[in-house]
Ligand binder design. Structure first.
Ligand code: NAD
Length: 466
């Protein structure tokens, strides 16, 4: 198990030799002691990324593609090892960790195929005289800050397009789950990534370590996945050097069930949208908006399915306390319990799968990210009302909608304020698609053809009339 900093191809203790504990959320036992980076260690990682940039940016796209392809194969071959590590530091059941490994690895394969397709364009100016040429080049050294909920996939979603584009990088994984990212650094080295292209620093004082990087003129880009509150702070810090930023922030996904929906399909999709990753996903359905005529039947189907779903623990005691508080708040305001409702006794931060019906509009869990296995059900009577409620949040990451009416589906795609819409499906994440949000859910897209653009600059060359 790697527990040291990975800088310029070397595994290093932190500058002052300190470490921090990583816990297993299922047992609350200490899994590892990991190097506690100092701000100087952070700058050393940036030095390495900056030193590697010029040569790395000039490598052939095919060479970068082959490293990514090799990394895809190595991660896939080591699925069990990655899955076991993800489960021990993050807590999700092994089957879900294996699914994360497959999803995370797919970004490596997808961007291995995108690297050779980076291209500019050649056009004729509208007046028919000048010729306009655009050339693409890597943005330059990047800083990546990632959350704990998908320790592998949130890293590969940034690292793979950056490698494809020819950028170097410093990754700071979440302090709750740093081990997976460190193992992934080993895999990239085995796949042939040159020293200094990827550097990994771990710390429990992220602001102190990333602050000096964000104000360093050599850094060219920040890509962050995490909460809106932290994202906002990092955008403000990025203003200093006018950094390019990509922000994958929080969500408050509505899950709409219309009167014409296939209710069994909707309940199946709802379980995935709610309980995948134990509800600890930015795309987790946060509010179930159900047409009044089918609300009772849908709620019963949802509760029956959620009851049997295998759940891991929540990430930590703080998260469990917050989920408990949100459920109590809804019950105090008059919601009714259709399933679960409480934290489980004993070791590990477990919480029951929970369904609440008749949730009043002012309940806190309709306005905040729940990040737990709790499904509040609210009713609506018209499509306009459903859209109004769905849009009444500062977030805009993803919406889900179940309806058999395709025209309605297309209307929703235009009227919902969202970066993504799951139409008759409870899962939208796909490395070949542009993942990202609008409003306070973020800036930019990860995955798809759009994903690599986040790591490319455009130089425009004006040519005179030939
Ligand atoms: P968080 O914002 O607390 O932490 C995310 C990362 O930011 C961690 O690595 C943390 O160490 C770091 N961080 C915290 N404070 C910092 C600071 N002052 N300066 C620099 N770095 C700092 O979020 P979390 O609890 O780890 O993750 C959950 C959040 O992430 C949820 O809001 C969820 O919706 C969001 N998320 C979004 C997406 C997406 O793609 N939109 C995906 C996964 C998670």
């Amino acid at each position: 198990m790697h527990t040291k900093l990975y800088i310029d191809g070397d595994w290093l203790d932190s500058g002052d030799g300190r470490t921090f504990e990583v816990l297993d959320p299922s047992t609350e036992e200490v899994l590892a002691h990991v190097a506690e980076a100092t701000p100087q260690d952070g700058l050393k990682a940036l030095d390495a990324a900056v030193a590697a940039q010029a040569a790395w940016g000039k490598t052939a796209p095919r060479a970068r593609a082959e490293i990514l392809r090799k990394a895809f194969e190595l991660v896939t071959a080591r699925t069990e090892e990655f899955a076991a590590l993800i489960t021990s530091e993050m807590g999700k059941p092994l089957a879900e960790s294996r699914a994360e490994v497959a999803y995370g690895a797919e970004f490596l394969r997808w961007f291995s195929e995108e690297a050779p397709r980076i291209s500019g364009r050649f056009t004729t100016a509208p007046d028919g005289r000048n010729r306009l040429v655009t050339v693409k080049r890597p943005v330059g050294p990047c800083l990546f800050v990632t959350p704990w909920n998908f320790p592998l996939a949130m890293a590969t979603r940034k690292i793979a397009p950056a490698i494809a584009a020819g950028c170097t990088m410093v990754l700071k994984p979440a302090e709750l789950t740093p081990l997976t990212a460190l193992l992934f650094a080993e895999v990239l080295t085995d796949a042939g990534l040159p020293a200094g292209v990827l550097n990994v620093i771990t710390t429990t004082d992220p602001g102190a370590v990333t602050g000096p990087l964000l104000t360093d003129p050599r850094l060219r880009k920040l890509s962050f996945t995490g909460s809106t509150a932290v994202g906002r702070k990092l955008i403000a810090q990025s203003a200093d050097q006018v950094l390019r930023v990509s922000m994958e922030l929080g969500g408050n996904a509505p899950f709409l069930v219309f009167e014409d929906a296939d209710l069994d399909a909707a309940a199946d999709g709802a379980v995935l949208a709610k309980l995948r990753n134990g509800g600890e996903a930015c795309v987790a359905a946060n509010r179930f908006l159900v047409h009044g005529s089918v609300a009772e039947e849908f709620t019963a189907k949802l509760a029956a399915r959620m009851k049997d779903y295998p759940l891991g623990p929540l990430i930590d005691a703080r998260t469990r306390a917050k989920v408990t508080e949100l459920v109590e708040d809804a019950l105090d305001r008059g919601a009714e319990l259709a399933l679960g409702g409480a934290a489980l006794e004993g070791r590990g931060f477990f919480f029951e799968a929970t369904v609440l019906s008749g949730v009043p509009a002012d309940a806190r869990l309709l306005h905040e990210e729940i990040f737990g296995p709790v499904a509040p059900v609210v009713t609506f009577e018209t499509e306009e009302e459903a859209v109004r409620i769905a849009n009444s949040t500062e977030y805009g990451l993803v919406c889900f909608a179940y309806t058999r009416d395709l025209n309605r589906g297309l209307r929703l795609a235009e009227s919902l304020e969202t970066g993504m819409l799951g139409l008759n499906t409870g899962i939208v994440s796909n490395p070949a698609a542009p993942f990202g949000g609008v409003k306070h859910s973020g800036i930019g897209r990860e995955g798809g053809a759009e994903g690599i653009e986040e790591y490319l600059e455009t130089t425009y060359v004006a040519l005179s009339d030939p």
